[in-house]
Write a protein of this length. Sequence first.
Length: 249
Amino acid sequence: MIHNNKEVLDYWNKEDVESMYDKNLINSEIELILKRITRNSKILDAGCGEGEGTIIYSKIPGSAVHAVDFSETRLKKAAKRLRNKNNVILKQVDFLGKYELDTNYDFIVSQRFLINLMEWKLQKKVLADLMGMLKKGGKLLILEGSINGVKELNDFRKIYSLDPIPVKWHNLFFKDKELVNFMASKKFKLLEEDGLGEYFLLTRGIRPAFDSKLNWNSKFNKIAASNDIKLMLSLGSRFSRLKLWVFSK
Ligand SMILES: C[S@@+](CC[C@H](N)C(=O)[O-])C[C@H]1O[C@@H](n2cnc3c(N)ncnc32)[C@H](O)[C@@H]1O
């Protein structure tokens, strides 16, 4: 069953929903994105949610950030978090509706936003729209769900007789090849692909074989998110349910 934009909006308008419960994971995502954004940049944070990434990107020296989302509840939470930030503009935008945004961004970030568009044709439309808002040479950083990563991780879990981790009802993950081929067909260049394979393999592949309790805050998970582990294992996008793709115009 294909869910529509209204159902997804209702979900994000719930007060008690969080955009990411695993804080080690969201911090690692932000780290992956942050190191690719240069100083003095104009940034669009598309589908900014509660602004957990936005606040960090706004601390990049010389940055000006436009953070947009279609959910009033998300924007209210973001406004609270960003209240002292005078280099951030928050705006209500539904990327599937009518809106106006600038067309000279240096960077556009989509952090688990595009996976909320529940059809590939809608994702393609918004991908092209976002590329149209970049200045020449600008970069689109998309940190989004990957079906290939889901499969690799679930295949690993299977060996330990662990059930597959499903994709949530309000998400449609990308097929890696389909995404990359579509962007290439529009002459957008893929510069990089990266991921958080070490974290996913350790916390979703190995740890549950020993301990079925979900504890995002455990010491094990904290270490799994560390830079030392990242460097030691260097899995990049392998086993990574979420991948970072960097495209340039
Ligand atoms: C998983 S959350 C991610 C939020 C934030 N980027 C983060 O990383 O914490 C997805 C966000 O996309 C927003 N969103 C979904 N569909 C949208 C649309 N059509 N237009 C604008 N925002 C949308 C939701 O309201 C939600 O805040």
